[in-house]
Design a binder for this molecule. Structure first.
Ligand code: SF4
Ligand code: SF4
Length: 218
């Protein structure tokens, strides 16, 4: 399969999205720094033991961090990279009969956000959203850009998530799989705390690996 070319416009869009995300982050950090300094001054002015108060603040901040990270997991502009796995070593799984179910499900799973891995990015075959790195690219119809009239045009190179996915217990696809009752499309973007936690953990692992990977290639 020919490698899709990254156009100059797409490259510039990616650079712009990156710069904007960095700029937003700097703004958030400035606001946060001002608030932390103001709080520190307030604590120092009102406590008899500033050292103990500072230690208590540090302990509380460490305890709050996981909850804040979870709330931030789905924020726009976050870089998402999938786990570092060899997708070609994924064991074949006994999933639903997709060909039989396609007239009902309409390949609902190909509307979901799927993060690419370093392996996918290095291959340069799967397309990703240049404004939302590194999610599998969607077309104007909201479905994966690789979903063509005859199915997945990148099937041999599809991401690990697509290889592992099984929709049968996924409420975004079925309200009742056994009865072939399709869920409302409105549930596609749904995701409770467990899904956000999973996303955040995946992102953290992915970013750590990507950082090592990029440095090793320098
Ligand atoms: S995994 Fe489920 S939703 Fe996706 S194509 Fe197969 S049957 Fe349809
Ligand atoms: S890569 Fe293929 S299997 Fe995966 S979401 Fe896109 S069209 Fe579907």
């Amino acid at each position: 399969m020919a490698e899709p070319e990254l156009t100059a416009a797409e490259l510039l869009q990616t650079v712009r999205a990156t710069l904007l995300a960095l700029e937003e982050l700097r703004g958030d950090l400035r606001a946060l720094a001002a608030r932390v300094v103001a709080l520190g001054e307030q604590v120092a002015a009102t406590t008899a033991d500033p050292t103990a108060a500072e230690a208590a603040v540090d302990a509380r901040a460490a305890a709050l961090l996981p909850a804040i990270a979870l709330a931030d997991a789905n924020a726009p502009g976050r870089v998402v990279i999938a786990d570092d796995v060899d997708k070609y070593a994924e064991p074949p799984h006994d999933g639903p009969p997709c060909l039989e179910l396609l007239p009902i499900c309409g390949a609902r799973c190909c509307e979901f956000d799927v993060a690419l891995s370093s392996q996918d990015l290095d291959e340069g075959i799967l397309r990703w959203e240049h404004g939302r790195p590194y999610l599998l690219r969607h077309g104007p119809d909201g479905r994966c850009a690789h979903l063509g009239a005859t199915g997945c045009d990148a099937y041999a190179h599809r991401p690990a998530t697509c290889r592992r996915y099984d929709c049968r217990d996924d409420p975004r696809v079925w309200t009742d799989y056994a009865r072939r009752e399709l869920a409302s499309a409105a549930t596609i973007d749904g995701g409770g705390p467990d899904r956000r936690r999973e996303l955040d953990q995946t992102r953290t692992r992915g970013l750590m690996f990507e950082s090592l990977h990029v440095r090793a290639r320098r």
